[in-house]
Design a protein around this ligand. Structure first.
Ligand SMILES: Nc1ncnc2c1ncn2[C@@H]1O[C@H](COP(=O)(O)OP(=O)(O)OP(=O)(O)O)[C@@H](O)[C@H]1O
Ligand SMILES: [Mg+2]
Length: 306
């Protein structure tokens, strides 16, 4: 299956500096695809190229098979996007804003407006002035606007920025619904791994303009080693016994840490107690996703949690 969005060796150079370096990947219909990377990684720049706000230095982006360079109109007609803050008229109601944007696109009718309002769950407040909206409601109005012309691809740069946990959850549920029920491809960016984990089916990890990895969230998590900590006395003797079993182990803060599968724990305990080692505790110390991310990017000074 070829993706609805295809990036082929996309490169962006600004004033002699390579900001995006030969990015290639595909995004499929029906999935939420995340761009994950620290500040300055190039997420917004990539998105700006995808929606045609800035040019591509070399390479190509295809939307539904149409090149954004040689077939611009066809390509962008399939995209709905919010890049940076959506421009809304604060003194108009949400509905009036949508009417305004609908006029810019000739295939939008009133029925379509009602449909997107319902979709983003704004029916109750759509006739209130936008200045009285909460941030989350403005975001939802932005999504409604981006959906007006029935795009196949929805691209949102940092959609959860500034939202509270309930707002984030709501956004997440909405995006998932759009992929599952409407078959859209949704592309979101964030520098927060915890958020991407809950929102996305697959993530592309971007660092200094380069693609580090593209994985499903599940595979990303499965790459996490299972480390078990044994609180044992005497430690040195236990270390020799465990290593003799062919298990990688080292002395840790509270005893021994070993890379093993959970199923191996009983036999290890048996071996230890047979050799008169006292076992005081067994704890799984699975690495956090953040650690896994740092492992993948080897960028240890960057903290992913705000
Ligand atoms: N017009 C420009 N001129 C010069 N440098 C630019 C320009 N636009 C972006 N950059 C640089 O490109 C790099 C990537 O920026 P970009 O905004 O794409 O990052 P980002 O991943 O979206 O970061 P953030 O998480 O902070 O939003 C940065 O180093 C930025 O300074
Ligand atoms: Mg950005």
């Amino acid at each position: 299956m070829t993706g609805i969005v295809q990036l082929q060796n996309v490169t962006k150079t600004i004033k002699g500096k390579t900001i995006i370096d030969s990015l290639s990947f595909e995004v499929n219909k029906g999935e939420v695809f995340g761009f994950l990377g620290p500040n300055g990684a190039g997420k917004t720049t990539t998105i700006r190229m995808m929606v045609g706000l800035i040019g591509i230095t070399s390479g190509d982006i295809k939307i539904g098979g149409n090149s954004i360079q040689s077939n611009f109109e066809q390509a962008v007609s399939r995209i709905g996007a919010i890049v940076e803050n959506p421009e809304m008229y604060k003194f108009l109601t949400g509905y009036e804003n949508l009417i305004h944007f609908a006029r810019l696109s000739n295939k939008v009718d009133k029925q379509k407006i009602d449909e997107v309002v319902k979709l983003v769950n704004l029916s109750d407040r759509i006739h209130d002035k936008v200045k009285n909206y909460s941030l989350g409601m403005r975001q939802r109005l932005g999504v409604a606007q981006a959906l007006l012309h029935d795009p196949e691809v929805l691209i949102l740069d940092e959609p959860t920025n500034g939202l509270d946990p309930a707002g984030i959850r709501e956004m997440r549920d909405h995006l998932k619904m759009l992929t599952r029920e409407k078959g859209l491809a949704v592309i979101v960016s964030s520098h927060l791994l915890s958020e991407m984990e809950m929102m996305c089916d697959r993530i592309a990890i971007l660092q200094k303009g380069k693609l580090v990895d593209v994985q499903t969230i599940q595979d990303f998590k499965n790459g996490v080693d299972h480390v078990v900590e044994f609180n044992v006395v005497p430690v040195d003797k236990a270390l020799v016994i465990i290593q003799a079993l062919g298990i990688p182990a080292r002395k840790g803060e509270a005893g021994l840490t070993c890379k093993i599968n959970k199923e191996d724990i009983p036999s290890i305990v048996k071996s230890l107690t047979t050799e008169n080692i006292n076992v005081y505790g067994i704890k799984e110390v699975t690495k956090s996703l953040e650690e896994r991310f740092l492992e993948v990017t080897e960028e240890r000074e960057v903290s992913l949690y705000a």
